[in-house]
Write a protein that binds this ligand. Sequence first.
Ligand SMILES: [Zn+2]
Length: 208
Amino acid sequence: MKRISCMRCHRPLPACLCTALPQYAIANRWPVHILQHRQEQDHALNTARIAVLGLGQCQLHAVTDAPVEDTLPAALRAELDHALLIYPGPQSRDIAELESDEARTRPLLLLDASWRKSRRLLLTSPWLQTLPRISFDLQAPSRYRIRREPEKNYSSSLEALCTVLGRLEHDEQKYAPLLAAMDAMIEQQIEHMGEVKFRRNYLLAQDD
Ligand SMILES: [Zn+2]
C-alpha cells in the first residue's frame, strides 16, 4: 500500500514537518542552489528539503554520478558561473575573511550528498573545480548528530547553509527556526525507530 505523504514537505503524514517550519519562508539575501545527489532524495533525514521549504530563495537540482556539467541546463550553469561553492577543505576561504563586496550578489552553491559522493562530484567536474570555495568554522559540534562526519568541521547541509547565510548577513539568529525544524525532524525519527535502532541505522551506518 502506498503511504500517504504531505503535499508540502513530502514526508509521510505522521512525520509531516510543516508545523515545525516557520509560517513564512525566511527571506535570505544570498540566493541558494543545492545540487542534490539522487541518492539523498529519499533519505528520511534529508535536511535540504527544510532549506527549500524554509528559505525564500532556494532551489534544488538533482544530480547523478555523471559530471555536473552534463546534468545541469546550460542557462542554470551560466547563472551559477559566479557562484561561491560551500565546500570545506584547504582550498576554501573562511567566510569570515570575505569582504562583503566580494560575496555580494553571488549565489551560493551547496552539494547535498554523502561526503564521499560530494568529493567525487567535485573531482569529476572541471566546472565545479573552477568555482571559488568557501567554508566556515563550526563553533559548536554539529546538531545533526546522526550521520557520521569524518571531521569535526563538517555539518549537515542545512547547518552549513544557515551558518553561511547567517554570517554573511551578520544575523545568525535569523536562521535558527530552520535548525529547530531539523531538531524536530531528528527527534521524530528517534521516536519512530526507537533509540537503539536509530543509533544502529544512522550512527554506525557507513557513509556511502
Ligand atoms: Zn508537511
